[in-house]
Write a protein that binds this ligand. Sequence first.
Ligand SMILES: O=C(CO)COP(=O)(O)O
Ligand SMILES: O=C[C@H](O)COP(=O)(O)O
Ligand SMILES: [Zn+2]
Ligand SMILES: [Zn+2]
Length: 332
Amino acid sequence: MVSYKDLGLVNTREMFAKAIKGGYAVPAFNFNNMEQLQAIIKAAAEDKSPVILQVSKGARNYANPILLRYMAQGAVEYAKTLGWEHPQIVLHLDHGDSFELCKDCIEHGFSSVMIDGSHLPYEENVALTKKVVDYAHQYDVTVEGELGVLAGVEDEVSSDHHTYTDPEEVIDFATRTGCDSLAISIGTSHGAYKFKPEQCTRNADGKLVPPPLAFDVLDAVMEKLPGFPIVLHGSSSVPQDEVDTINKYGGKLPDAIGIPEEELRKASKSAVCKINIDSDSRLAMTAAVRKTLFEHPEEFDPRKYLGPARDNMEKLYKHKIEAVLGSKDKAL
Ligand SMILES: O=C(CO)COP(=O)(O)O
Ligand SMILES: O=C[C@H](O)COP(=O)(O)O
Ligand SMILES: [Zn+2]
Ligand SMILES: [Zn+2]
């Protein structure tokens, strides 16, 4: 058993309370490799932003649980070399699908876990989430639960419709499970195709404009649970310049569309204190790799194309911290 406290990591409790009080959201960036981790830490350290390093089940299998634990410990030490004297870094299991997986992550030094039971019948979601909370809280590890199903994602039955969170359920769920934060469904979804073209309108430039998020549902949840930490999944904005670069240099991402950043800025000022971003990082990395390889067909040193990818991701992360979530200088 390795405690996250021995790795210099923190859990989300105080981080979220500060974010809600301060009217900003904490960036939750997924990572699967060294370059993503380097870019996240460099952006957070230089911007003195609290940050949540998210690891999905797939990422943990890809990178290896033992390696990940040391990468997270190294991330804290690396942050200090960048002048971040007291790093505020969380290592979080994203979309945990079983008690056993959550338990294993806690034993490997995770400071926060999500147990995603949103696709289960309500009472089963409550029971599973409570079981994880009871175990995690013994080690002061914080737990994210979920109510409501996001459309078209791998972790919820592959639906192509949203099941918005029912505000009438949130008090019962939060009370009976004891979870520390709640992921809700208000119209976001995972991946780079968050809306079908027919769900969108077009602006004067012919660009697809997605339907608004269900802020009425968010308001109703906040009314039921004032000051309770709320999480938004599926919050990548799918920057069109990165999509255009990918498509220009051999990619094929037709009609890719995300969440408008102004909607995320609005959400960040509410009790939404954690915003999950993975797809945008993937797009930034892929765009830089495709462009570099296209422009330098002679190149076969991975550092020559993974380096620009790392820089492009760092630029993206800083943009999210500074211009969208408002978490810059919130972890001095
Ligand atoms: O919710 C996410 C991770 O849990 C990521 O969402 P995106 O696919 O919008 O980046
Ligand atoms: O929930 C979705 C996250 O983006 C993680 O995705 P993944 O399961 O492909 O690693
Ligand atoms: Zn889910
Ligand atoms: Zn998610």
